[in-house]
Write a protein that binds this ligand. Structure first.
Ligand SMILES: *Cc1c(COP(=O)(O)O)cnc(C)c1O
Length: 377
């Protein structure tokens, strides 16, 4: 036996933190309670009924009538990958807008599917420039897909999904849209904006635990997948197979759904329905304004120009002379408060303060401002 005989390992008891980073966000007791309910079989009629409700609730959250709307049994990154492996075949041209970390991952996905990425760069901290997208379509008339991130969590920037999707539709191209951080936090209208393949995550503004990726696919996506010349490289993510699990009248086994995690997502979507989507957007905006007012009193500046700021992810410049890592570890150890560090070129230069989902509340705004004020003093 190779186990460490000196230490008897006992149950893990996590500390109580306030999660104000880029996700996961605070999970309500109501969602945690839902996840503690009895595990039943994933083909049990009661479970199948819950799956049907889940699809209805997700259609509301995404503002879509798309039949094919369900949570993928994996984190947001797999939602992203599912869009690419299903829609991008070898040789396909894909315009990818990169203005942060997640756009960069989209480029990787296109390459791994054998597609040709046409990369449009915008500065980290700036939104995607629709004019550049229009020019790229003019120069490349055979582009099949336009891919972009609606809410770039690495920088706190919101891009104009409606305008970008209009450009793509005019050119007959499909859109792949990252709505991981935008869903339920800022306005997202999948049908009205004509978005095609949209993926999100459970742990940002839905405030469920991580590990699930709500997705929605337009009828045009379904047609495109059915018309594929050959299967994509992934068995697990093959939409034509997942369909039999989530949409067929008679369910067939594809994989075992993460039963209790889905109870949690169901509960968080019920909470969203109770609050109302517009109210959720308004609450995120109002708490952002409160945080902004307090930060400005502390002399702290935002990275992103005002019209493009995400209310649910506030990227602020670290005041000069302040130690990034030391400050964050004091916030964690002395105040049980987690905020996010900068990524890539922004590492050491910014902090990312999340006000997502259940965590977008006045108590969190006040806690964060008080703690920052004390630590920076
Ligand atoms: C968090 C995030 C992802 C990845 O989601 P995971 O659940 O961590 O895999 C993708 N895109 C954006 C914009 C995100 O914020």
């Amino acid at each position: 036996m190779k186990t460490d005989a000196h230490k008897r390992i006992t149950s893990f008891m996590p500390p109580h933190r306030t999660l104000m980073g880029p996700g996961p966000s605070d999970v309500s007791q109501r969602v945690l309670d839902a996840m503690a309910r009895p595990t039943i079989g994933h083909l049990d009629p009661a479970f199948v009924e819950m799956m049907e409700e889940m699809k209805t609730l997700l259609r509301y959250a995404f503002q879509t009538e798309n039949d094919l709307t369900f949570p993928i049994s994996a984190p947001g990154s797999v939602g992203m990958e599912s869009c690419f492996v299903n829609l991008v075949e070898p040789g396909d041209q894909v315009i990818v807008c990169v203005n942060g970390v997640f756009g960069g991952r989209m480029v990787e996905n296109v390459k791994r599917c054998g597609g040709t990425p046409i990369v449009i760069q915008d500065a980290w901290g700036a939104p995607v420039d629709p004019n550049k997208v229009g020019d790229a379509f003019k120069a490349n008339p055979n582009v099949k897909v336009l891919a972009f991130v609606h809410a770039e969590t690495s920088t706190g920037v919101q891009s104009d999904a409606k305008t970008l999707a209009e450009i793509a539709r005019r050119q007959g191209a499909l859109t792949i849209v990252d709505a991981v951080t935008s869903l339920a936090g800022t306005k997202l209208l999948v049908d009205a904006w004509g978005l095609d393949a949209v993926y999100s995550g459970s742990q940002k503004c839905l405030s469920c635990t991580p590990g699930l990726s709500p997705v929605t696919f337009s009828p045009r996506v379904v047609e495109t997948v059915k018309a594929r010349k050959a299967h994509g490289q992934s068995w697990f993510m093959d939409l034509s197979l997942v369909l039999g699990y989530w949409t067929a009248a008679k369910r067939t086994y594809h994989h075992t759904a993460p039963i209790n995690a889905l109870y949690g997502l169901h509960e968080s979507l019920v909470m969203l329905q109770e609050e109302g989507l517009e109210h959720s957007w308004a609450r995120h905006h109002a708490n952002h304004l409160k945080l902004k007012a307090g930060l400005e009193q502390l002399g702290i500046e935002f990275l992103v120009a005002e019209p493009y700021r995400l209310p649910q992810l506030n990227t602020i410049k670290i005041p000069s002379g302040v130690d990034d890592a030391k400050t964050r570890s004091r916030l964690l150890n002395e105040y049980n408060l987690e905020i996010g560090a900068g990524l890539g070129d922004l590492a050491g230069k910014v902090w990312r303060i999340g006000l997502m989902g259940y965590g977008s509340c006045e108590a969190n705004v006040n806690k964060c401002l008080a703690a920052l004020g004390e630590v920076l003093a």
